[in-house]
Design a protein around this ligand. Sequence first.
Ligand code: GLC
Length: 685
Amino acid sequence: MIMIRRYQYGSPIQTDAVVREIPPYEGELKYLKEIRKEILHFAYTMEDNDVVYGLGENVRGINKRGGIYESKSSDEPSHLEDKRSLYAAHNFIILQGEVNFGIFVDYPRVITFDIGYTNRNQFVITPSSADLDLYIIEGESLKDIVKEFRQMIGRSYIPPKWAFGYGQSRWSYMDEDEVREVVKKHRDNQIPLDAVYLDIDYMDNYKDFTLNEKAFPNFPMFVEELKEQGIRLVPIIDAGVKVEKGYDVYEEGVENHYFCKDKEGNDFVAGVWPGKVHFPDVLNKKARKWFGQKYKFLLDQGIEGFWNDMNEPAIFYSEEHLKEVFENIDQFKGENLDIDSFFKFQELVGSINNNVNDYKRFYHNVEGEYYRHDKVHNLYGYNMTRAAAEAFEELEPEKRILLFSRSSYIGMHRYGGIWTGDNISWWSHILLNIKMMPSLNMCGFLYTGADIAGFGGNTTEDLALRWMQLGIFTPLMRNHSAIGTRYQEAYRFEKMEAFRNIIGIRYGLLPYIYSEFVKAAISNEMYFRPLAFDYTEDEFATQVEDQLLVGDGLMIAPVYQQNATGRYIYLPEPMKLFRMKSMKDMEWEIMENGHHYIDIALDEVVLFVRPNHIIPCSLSGQCIDDMNQNELTLLENVIDKATYELYHDDGFSKDFENPEHYSRIEITSDGSCKVEGNLELVIQR
Ligand code: GLC
């Protein structure tokens, strides 16, 4: 039986995370023990083998047990094991044990989840205050609980189809010619590509909704020129608006009180890329509408996608605190700094960026009521993205626009996707990428991916290839790197052909990837799942944290160890292994269930097809617009009969439920192939 109970404490702040009307339940709290010692917290005693899933964007395992996590959206580039928060706040958890149940805490302030960290069997949730909505979600299986939760929070964002193509990004491609060069190199080398990302330098002095005219003298023409080659440009938008007299966005924001205020009622000043900025008060409806409409500046020039950044919001410094630092720093000048004074000095200097106290220095005006920022902190990136999405609904009602954000809260999954922030070119971050994907899907974030080959640090060819072998399955497939790091575009490497082929396999698998993604969004399911979600009776499955199910029919087991020529894998049932050098060059074999060691070379993709499943593939192309939807090939593992429900559409319109978008393919072991539906499919076998 599926049941959701909402327990209300105090007066919760409206977050709009939940779209279903669920009246507060007055009965006793189930499963959790409510404790009111000094502050309210909730406790649960876990059995030795209980498993805990969830928390979306976070470090550590798929099983979150043994760690402590804090929902506090942070500009945190070191995604290390002992970190408690990354850029997002995703307070959804499932406990799997004797009984399975889900917990969602709808609470926009800092909240801690101690999942057997202080005491191995104790699970303790500690919010910063006692105003929150706590939901307990019951269901038979893990999948039921996720589905029920996802129905409650509304349908996940679906981007345009071109956004499933490969994207190349770097901080920054500085001008038209550099972008042209990137495109040309991909096209000349037949490496498929659909998007090039513009980082902060496309703007005039890092001012949102402006262009560096010198670098991009005729932007609409340039956008058009690239579109003719099947390439979309995707510019970044930052949260902070530069303080500069005469700059229209600044002037309008000041005049209409659309920026967050300090406690004296002045526009709050923080420092980010352009120096001093104000933060648009996106929690305020009017300000949100105004900020969203600003994207029109770029939409009008032919832009069809955006990434929203620094929206935790990241603060290099606040004007007030920087003043305090300068006032206090003099006392250290010329001194012989000893153990105490040196640490004090270090603390003072280290306190400048993303200081918790700075988040208490500004306010939001929500329908006339002022909220101090720290009380609604985790809603900022969400509402910045919502601002854009709501404007797109008005400005481009017929068309899907690509939108993803760095910071997020559950609820934002309806408006856009996310990327997982500033990772590093480390092998451990491939593994982290694997582990994060299903946790994010549980929380509704389906359109997601990591910076492939690593953002910070210098990549190596083998790291980039191994990361691509995972990245071809993530809905957002973007190669992105930081300023000052080694260039990592696919064409820069010696084994360029391997990059071409692996990215080509992504395009080959696209009919399946797109279809599984949209079906998962529509039916509130997960595109990426841990093995334990499907193989519920398999006792070993919960321990597998480095293999994932992708859609209904596929399992992947990426290599994430340097110098490895293969890896151990676990098959919960017999599957068909496909070893692919390219869409045209592949081998297969049936493998028995159990543990195996398999070789996986640097230049190949290995994937597993479940019994009685088929994976529809295309013959690949250089960009999504060029691909032929009607001609498919199949990866088959047919024991007796396999059917596949294929979702396909024009890639732009929003009538996802239209039955015309669905075709059915049926294959039997005697070789027959039946196709039903509107699309004239030609199946090559
Ligand atoms: C932030 C973003 C990164 C971007 C950089 C410059 O660090 O996370 O992706 O490249 O800012 O805009």
